[in-house]
Design a protein around this ligand. Sequence first.
Ligand code: C5P
Length: 233
Amino acid sequence: MAKDVIVACDFPSREQTLSFLDKFSGEKPFVKIGMELFYGEGPQIVRDIKARGHKIFLDLKLHDIPNTVKKAMSVLSALDVDICNLHAAGTRPMMEAALEGLTRPDGTRPLLIAVTQLTSTDQAAMERDLLIEKPLDEVVLHYAHTAAQAGLDGVVCSPLEAGKVHAVCGNNFLTVTPGVRFAGGDVGDQKRIATPQRARELGSDYIVVGRPITAAEDPVEAWARCCAEFLGK
Ligand code: C5P
């Protein structure tokens, strides 16, 4: 798939999500459906947004024992999304089981990517709460390498790590990067951030952008600005 901007539709309801998407008259941005919307509205919201012609990244970040994740992935594969994900911290057997579950009888499946360390996590929190004392970028690269060995298609990481992930796992291994902010924009809870233009320079394949677009006065203008900066159009 070509590089793109994925809009994180972190809304609590179907009404709010569809009225947000209605603003993009004619345009069909790549949409991320996360826990808030999926848990609020259930799988039908995925079918509805798909039917409107959007590509979908279903961001549910599965993390459980391999058998549970395999069975959950097999349910999700019926939703026909473009990308879904899990936590690399679930380890390689969990990732391999997930791939098995996601693969349909005809051999097709959505892309599967692994969250490395959340972009809201910094070195201090990782050491304090997870007892991981290696440098954060080394941890991200190790998780990416394990995900690649398990057969996954890419990782979720910060734009700041995208180049290094490609160097270790190859250019075809996708880097999907949240933690994107316009220059001077509100950072919120994100820690490892970059602008859309910097994300492009660093080699991100997809940027995931939520509040800088959803909370903008003119979301369509903010989305177009993101595309212009990231895609260089
Ligand atoms: O509003 P903001 O641009 O910070 O939204 C980023 C989106 O990306 C959120 O939906 C968040 O759940 C998601 N995400 C993230 N960091 C990860 C994985 C997903 O911020 N490592």
